[in-house]
Design a binder for this molecule. Structure first.
Ligand code: SF4
Length: 410
């Protein structure tokens, strides 16, 4: 195996499928999506065809499958650990549409062996028929886009649901026996007081979900929110208030038994998201659909064109519409540091040294010593078995700390 690891054609154990359709454009969102729902069938056909093209482009020798004809190579299906349908809003697909995509995946992968099959859903799409349908397709985890339990706030976010609908969706999913249920909550939204956020968090925790994610609002170019800020129609909240909300989030969720296993992700013990954990552990995955990203588990990343029509056209002409990059040593080191600092398990010195050498480890030791101690859980740099972990205060400045530790050439 060379420096870059095995060839890109190795089939990964995780699949992400990007469904780029939404009912409304949320004011803060910069994901790739369209609110025109007309071309769904063409797009879904292209997504399934993308998977076919990827499989047919494999170097079968690399799979240990030898020189057999393609029809017979594929006797047993490829194992799949996690399947994640995100977007966009995959829950707006009809059962027929969703079934079509899942069957397309099932042509190549063993769906019976999937450990975690997540579907992102928005509250307005959750009803008894759909929930039963999702279950029958093998979905065993729902990630529900709630964002807030405050109607005024949801209206300003331009969400397609109100708080009542979110509560109804949660009730329905719990009654239907979805044990693995996650929801999203945004903090740092303008014109919201500390009390407003405390109320949101309090309600989120009262549902006793196995998992939730809470993200700080960011002002992304090309969003409605970005223009509102630039035109002084809304003002970003102060850094102090964001910090206060963040500290509250960590402290209160911990007191309810949640482990902040990643900087924005909170789980009851044993309910950490398997798919996302595969990303953070550096495992290979394929992303299907426009704008979806893929990784070979070593140095190669690729991303599909973020344009539905161009994506479809390229697939129809038999091409994979992706751009590829191979990470340099420095880029890989930086990425490893950045991800490790976001995880509660922290940065493992032994693994970092094995992968990147002792010089790099020495270099970041010096820099850490020059930083405020309160940013870290008790430091013990002399003992390589004690990982570097950020304290709650350090998590508030995690990106800054990571950049300070990046390789010199960055
Ligand atoms: S539903 Fe989700 S993906 Fe669609 S616009 Fe809103 S936040 Fe973005």
């Amino acid at each position: 195996m060379g420096l870059l690891g095995p060839p890109v054609s190795v089939v990964p154990g995780s699949l992400y499928v990007h469904i780029p359709f939404c009912r409304k454009a949320c004011s803060y969102c910069n994901f790739h999506f369209t609110t025109s729902l007309r071309q769904r069938d063409v797009l879904l056909r292209a997504v399934v065809e993308e998977l076919n093209l990827r499989i047919l482009a494999l170097n079968w020798e690399d799979q240990g499958l030898g020189n057999i004809r393609i029809e017979s190579k594929y006797q047993g299906k490829f194992p799949l650990k996690t399947l994640y349908m995100g977007g966009g809003t995959p829950s707006l697909l009809t059962m027929d549409e969703l079934t079509y995509v899942v069957k397309g995946i099932g042509n190549w992968f063993d769906l019976y062996g999937v450990q975690e099959f997540t579907l992102e859903a928005n509250p307005e799409d959750v009803n008894s028929t759909m929930v039963k349908g999702w279950r029958s397709l093998g979905v065993n985890r729902i990630s529900l886009g709630i964002q807030s339990f405050d109607d005024r706030n949801l209206l300003r976010m331009n969400r397609a649901h109100d708080a009542g609908k979110a509560r109804e969706a949660l009730r329905l999913l719990q009654n239907e026996g979805f044990q693995s249920l996650s929801a999203d909550l945004i903090y740092g939204f303008p014109d919201r007081t500390m009390q407003d956020f405390e109320d949101d968090l309090h309600e989120m925790l009262s549902w006793g979900l196995s998992h939730f994610s809470s993200y700080q609002l960011t002002c992304e170019p090309k969003t409605a929110f970005y223009h509102q800020v630039n035109e002084n129609k809304v003002r970003m909240v102060s850094e102090d208030l964001v910090l206060e909300q963040m500290m509250h989030l960590y402290n209160v969720s911990a007191s309810h038994g949640y482990r902040a296993y990643e900087i924005s992700n909170f789980a009851l013990p044993g309910h950490e998201a398997v798919h996302n954990s595969c990303y953070w552990s550096g495992y290979a995955y394929w992303g299907l659909g426009p704008s979806a990203h893929s990784y070979d588990g070593f140095r190669r990343r690729s991303w599909n064109v973020a344009h539905n029509a161009r994506y479809q056209m390229e697939i129809q002409s038999g091409k994979l519409p992706k751009t590829e990059e191979v990470l340099s040593d420095d880029q890989k080191f930086n990425e490893d540091v950045l991800i490790a600092l976001r995880l509660m398990d922290g940065l493992n010195w032994v693994a970092l040294e094995e992968k990147h050498g002792s010089e790099r480890v020495q270099s970041i030791h010096h820099r850490i010593k020059a930083m405020p101690k309160e940013w870290f859980e008790p430091l013990n740099l002399a003992d390589r078995t004690v990982p570097l972990r950020l304290s709650f205060a350090g998590r508030a400045v995690a990106d800054f700390i990571a950049v300070e530790l990046f390789a010199d050439s960055s």
